[in-house]
Ligand binder design. Sequence first.
Ligand SMILES: NC(=O)c1ccc[n+]([C@@H]2O[C@H](COP(=O)([O-])OP(=O)(O)OC[C@H]3O[C@@H](n4cnc5c(N)ncnc54)[C@H](O)[C@@H]3O)[C@@H](O)[C@H]2O)c1
Ligand SMILES: O=C[C@H](O)CS(=O)(=O)O
Length: 503
Amino acid sequence: MALPRLYFLGRVPSVRFFSQLPDKAFVNGKWVPAASGKTFPVQNPVDESLLVEIPDMDSEDTKAAVDSSHRAFQKWKNTTAKERSDILLSWNTAILKNKTELATLLTKENGKPLQESVTEITYASSFLDWFAGEARRCYGDIIPSPRNDRQIFIFKQPVGVAAIITPWNFPAAMITRKIGAAFAAGCTCVVKPAEDTPLTALALAELAAEAGVPPGALNVVTASRSNTPAVGKVLCEEDNVRKLSFTGSTEVGRILYSQCAKNIKKISLELGGNAPFIVFESADLDLAVKGLMASKFRNTGQTCVCSNRIFVHSSVHDAFVAKLQQAMKQELRVGDGLQQENNQGPLVNRNQFDRFLKLVQSAKGEGAKVVHGGTPLPSVGPLFFAPTIITDVNPGMRCFVEEQFGPLVAICKFGTEEEVLQKANDCERGLAGYFYSRDVSQIWRVALNLEVGMVGANEAVLSACENAFGGIKQSGIGSEGSKYGIDEYIQLKSFTFGGLHLV
Ligand SMILES: NC(=O)c1ccc[n+]([C@@H]2O[C@H](COP(=O)([O-])OP(=O)(O)OC[C@H]3O[C@@H](n4cnc5c(N)ncnc54)[C@H](O)[C@@H]3O)[C@@H](O)[C@H]2O)c1
Ligand SMILES: O=C[C@H](O)CS(=O)(=O)O
């Protein structure tokens, strides 16, 4: 399929990734190779074909990127909030002007359907717009003094260089959700994007430079899965890095958390989820099916806030399953994301595909019943899997214990509110949770008692730049977006101005 034509109102695309895929890392405002000259492949998950080879950077390259950001921080921290706000708005404008190109690049490396990529680019830019405002309202405090010989003030200051490590499932939004807040606070950034999806990060960096982000304020270090631990160790242990913000699996988050202990780095962790989705007997079943379709099949089930454990009251179970199966048959089209008619793409790589296949196979082996789908789709491509429904699931099965990260609806019946709350909360993760009910008192009881960082009643897509995004338990530390996100990049300084004679 020909890529969508680009109409720029006479503007000739100047950004290099329009004419060729990014094939260098971006450090200190320059496109650079790895010092070793080594590269690693970036693939298109539709057919596992090679897109481009990019620098496979190591500790030496990472130290150079940190030093560059530390130098840039000495000037960037003294810019005014208005200046940083204007640059964030310019970057936002540049992203939206190049939305189609960026979305096409994102689909090529991630596999998500083009319309979802366009939605992600818009969502990603919303964080820059949001934090452009937050920058200008990052107020300190005047503390009522206990004595007449002093005044006490609270300043909010940027922590310094922020290391940002991001996952492959939202290659644009996970970066801007962090950098928007970091820039608003006055921090500079070193980004290590996922090895599966580095191209979007590189394209965003070029647009940032176009928008006026100074050299070194945003560096992108690219590394293969084998070199990444060494890169991560530098980012965790370098003294000049004062903040680490990570989005990814709980397992990697645990490693980074311990590595940051060495020099007590400020840390934010957005980790794995295992969201319960509960359908009570009073639920509007059509609304619940609509919510599950949106929540489960976004990014082909590869999001941290996807509904993972579906609990349906026994009295409405069969009706719900029938409605859901009908909706899946009518609405889901599996295939190459660059084909406009498709809305379900491949799993992102061979490892994720094999892990997911084993998860479905284990569910069958443990006694779950496949009601819909249940098999790979090799005729569509090597990493495609049919949207699947399994029932007769019990909470001890692997598909409930583990985060599925694929197009699987695993359904378990329940009888009472007390029972389902106990089962839903019996989980080490606590990111998002959703439920459908028309009993007002039940809505309040369940919303207040579900052990998650984000809960939706009669709604299953909660993410927005205005909303606080974060998990509890082993789903993370801190919040992103919202009025809370900037605090992750701020340190408070109290200033006592003494020797005064105020009366
Ligand atoms: N909570 C959230 O907001 C959120 C968002 C997206 C993904 N996730 C979670 O991430 C997982 C899937 O994403 P993934 O496969 O990219 O996760 P991942 O943890 O394997 O990788 C995430 C990032 O960490 C890097 N990384 C891996 N090992 C590292 C190490 N030792 N040191 C430094 N960096 C390292 C990867 O290269 C990648 O850039 C799922 O569990 C999903 O729930 C959570
Ligand atoms: O996959 C995790 C993302 O944080 C989901 S969202 O884009 O923020 O909804």
